[in-house]
Design a protein around this ligand. Structure first.
Ligand code: NAD
Length: 420
């Protein structure tokens, strides 16, 4: 297990502890902190798979079910060679906090399989997806644990998994997985949900700070599903994207970068560094240190740490990735006066639409893309205002208040249910 992944879980625990130490816990059960700092259950599996050439491989996998006091465990499935037990634990913890801060009746979970899906054929990928459901289906149910896509998992994989689950339980059960294609009970408005929500959050927080999104300069780390889609929507709001990086490197133009051109490169599986228009090419990490109004890390965990936080020059950071800033870096950035809109608030759009999908599957009645947009916008305005107002009143960071709002709601549910 790599140090980096181990840190992600320690980071999540430390964020909880920091909020807990500040909040009013007079009416809290003393063992709440201990309980909420670990997942309720972790399932570890070895999944044997017959490859197309007849050989066998074993793929280790994890499911962390962190907390279900407010509703079924909810969280994505990650297929990645760097998945680890602790990474899955961290991501499941953040899911519990995220669902609570945006006030949806769901808890937190996460799945991970140690695999590089790019090395599998499409048939192998389908067999692996189905094998995972066969191994775990007794722990799933739309009212118990509802997975969704995450890094390297797709609507197609969710459709296979839902199909496998439905066969195993002898009942068509679209609500067993969310993030499915529209043909299999998916929701309208899902494709852009994370990015759209991120734009609403940034717009609202800037408005509450008596500022405006228009004309701001943006540096973006990560040109994937979340980051690039958001950049496109930001440009429509008259934000100037001046820096973009992906794992291959970064590009910079102090006036603007053409997002449509960069999207075409990414669709053709190229790097942003293949951009042929006027731009300076630099090391990927440099994007974090450039002067800009807003910096959006949208790639991986632990990108801004105690070692490099002092080099950050952005005025505001919004975390689209999960866990890109460590607690040590949080302290340094706070001292520098750089505010952070935290991941559990900023990237919650997809889980909000997952929730809408799950509700639609349950009622077997589907909403239009316009219905989804309207519901999404209303929910974000409430969540962002709530965190902003309390952070302002109490002169502390958005992250601390986002965690406090979440912890208060989770504690209330656990107490009322008699779990505490
Ligand atoms: P993705 O795989 O589509 O994109 C990741 C991007 O990051 C790629 O462009 C990759 O090249 C880039 N990258 C990797 N290492 C890098 C590095 N060192 N420097 C710069 N760029 C680097 O993944 P995604 O779905 O866009 O997810 C990105 C992050 O956002 C993850 O933390 C994920 O958990 C989080 N997130 C995504 C969604 C969503 O709807 N996609 C929702 C919530 C949270």
């Amino acid at each position: 297990m790599s140090e980096k992944k181990q840190d992600a879980f320690e980071n999540a625990r430390s964020q909880i502890k920091k909020a807990y130490d500040i909040m009013n816990t007079d009416n809290f059960q003393e063992w709440f902190l201990e309980l909420i700092s670990v997942p309720k259950r972790i399932i570890e599996l070895q999944i044997p798979l017959q490859m197309d050439d007849g050989s066998f491989k074993i793929f280790p996998a994890f499911r962390a079910q962190h907390n279900d006091a407010r509703g079924p465990f909810k969280g994505g499935i990650r297929f990645h060679p760097d998945v680890s037990r602790n990474e899955v634990k961290a991501l499941s913890t953040w899911m519990t906090m995220k669902c609570a801060v945006i006030d949806i009746p769901l808890g937190g979970g996460k799945w991970g399989i140690i695999v590089n899906p790019k090395e599998l054929s499409i048939r192998e990928l389908e067999r692996l997806s189905r094998a995972y459901v066969q191994a775990l289906y007794k722990y799933l149910w739309p009212k118990t644990d509802v997975p969704a896509p995450d890094v390297n998992t797709t609507p197609q994989i969710m459709a296979w998994m839902m199909d496998e689950y439905s066969k195993l339980v002898w009942e068509y059960t679209p609500g067993s997985f969310t993030g499915k294609p529209l043909s299999s009970g998916g929701s309208a408005g899902r494709g852009q949900a994370t990015a759209q929500w991120g734009v609403y959050v940034l717009d609202k927080i800037l408005e509450l700070r008596n500022d405006s999104i228009k004309g701001k300069t943006l540096c973006l780390q990560g040109a994937g599903n979340a980051g690039l889609t958001m950049a496109k929507l930001m440009v429509e709001k008259w934000i100037k994207v001046i820096w973009i990086s992906d794992s291959g490197g970064g590009i910079y133009n102090k006036e603007w970068l053409d997002i449509e051109e960069i999207s075409k490169l990414k669709q053709n599986k190229k790097s942003v560094t293949d951009y042929t228009w006027d731009a300076e090419k630099l090391d990927a990490k440099e994007v974090l240190y450039k002067e800009c109004d807003v910096l959006i890390p949208a790639a991986l965990e632990n990108q801004i740490t105690g070692d490099n936080a002092s080099k950050v020059q952005a005025k505001l950071i919004m975390e689209l990735a999960n866990g890109p800033i460590t607690p040590e870096a949080d302290e340094i950035l706070a001292q520098k006066g750089i505010d952070i809109i935290p991941d559990i608030l900023a990237n919650a759009g997809w889980v909000m639409v997952s929730y809408f999908e799950w509700v639609q599957n349950d009622q077997n009645f589907y909403w239009t893309a316009e219905d989804i947009q309207e519901k999404l916008k209303n929910r974000i305005l409430q969540s962002a205002e709530n965190v902003f107002d309390r952070a302002q009143e109490n002169k502390t960071t958005y992250r601390v208040w986002a965690f406090i709002v979440a912890l208060e709601r989770i504690h209330a549910a656990m107490k009322d249910r008699g779990e505490l």
